[in-house]
Design a protein around this ligand. Structure first.
Ligand code: NAD
Length: 288
């Protein structure tokens, strides 16, 4: 029997810990708050924003949207972003990316206070993830994959893990998180040869290529646990990078799309905001 790894179950379990951590912060008079910074109104961003606001409202954590017109110029946007970043009431910032082409995204990524970088977008956050620093934030999606494995008691230690995709948002940080948990990690990408064979030998395969249903039964074995990060739209319907209907019966564990990793990311975002609020408060106290 294949175990279906359901995002909603992971999020429900995380909720208990989040409520406990929020209560502990409130006892220290800290009221955590997320700033969502959006330029323009791409449908994907709006969908994620709605999900995040709903999750935060459900948890009783403050979240404020800062919306900018698509035409905002670099100088005004950088100044406004710096203002949000400097606000003592804001503990975490989620910036929707990519920014419009005329804006200097790299400069904005570098400008964020690393302790407020709850979606791990800055080079410093990436370095912290790569070096295993305790106060660093990985992007929410790879962290959500780790939460999912933990929830289903799938310890990556000593396992062969294959990550398909090498982006800075998903593939690479995920490979580092797996390595930190003592997995033996292989990263596959567009130039990888014999990918089917490499994936088939793995204990855990994470698909993060952004290619609808590319992972066929040829990539898995009956012992495989398959985590699907992909979000694709095919004929108006959401689907992952895994050809779910034919792969699911052939593996030991699998996460669906929708209803898998995507349902965990906003809980991770909340977890990161609470951690940021704690770290920022300790920094303030230390320097007071
Ligand atoms: P990306 O396009 O930046 O990177 C895709 C990576 O996959 C690249 O490194 C590329 O080398 C590799 N790749 C592409 N086609 C491949 C192939 N045929 N074989 C092997 N490797 C291949 O995408 P991304 O931002 O990393 O996102 C990956 C997927 O995850 C997308 O579908 C995206 O929508 C989804 N995503 C999901 C969430 C979530 O919350 N579930 C969050 C972010 C991204």
């Amino acid at each position: 029997m294949t175990t279906i790894m359901k995002g909603a179950e992971v999020a429900a379990r995380m909720r208990e810990a989040l409520e406990r951590d929020l209560a502990a912060l409130r006892r220290r008079n800290i009221e955590p708050k997320l700033a969502i910074v959006r330029v323009g109104s791409r449908p994907d961003d709006l969908a994620y924003e709605r999900g995040a606001l709903k999750r935060f409202e459900g948890l009783g954590i403050a979240a404020q949207v800062f919306e900018f017109p698509e035409t905002v110029d670099q100088e005004s946007f950088a100044a406004a972003f710096a203002g949000i970043d400097a606000s003592p009431d804001v503990h975490g910032i989620l910036l929707f990316r990519p920014l419009p082409k005329h804006l200097d995204e790299e400069a904005i990524k570098k400008a964020i206070d690393p302790l407020k970088d709850v979606d791990g977008m800055s080079p410093l956050s990436a370095a912290k993830v790569f070096s295993g620093a305790e106060d660093g934030f990985a992007p929410c999606t790879p962290s959500a994959v780790m939460e999912m494995l933990d929830h289903y008691d799938l310890d990556p230690a000593g396992k062969n893990v294959v990550v398909v995709g090498r982006s800075m948002v998903v593939g690479r940080p995920l490979a580092m998180l797996m390595l930190m948990r003592n997995a033996t990690v292989t990263i596959c990408h567009t130039k990888t040869r014999n990918m089917e064979e490499i994936c088939k030998r793995a204990d855990i395969v994470v698909a993060a290529a952004g290619k609808a249903r590319m992972l066929s039964p040829a990539f898995v074995s009956e012992k495989s646990a398959v985590v699907d990060v992909g979000i694709n739209v095919e004929d108006g319907k959401l689907c992952g990078d895994v050809d779910y209907d034919v792969v699911a019966p052939q593996v030991s564990m699998i996460s669906p799309v929708p209803g898998g990793v995507g349902a965990v990311t906003t809980s991770v975002l909340a977890k990161h905001v609470l951690k940021a609020a704690d770290l920022l408060n300790r920094r303030r106290t230390n320097f007071a």
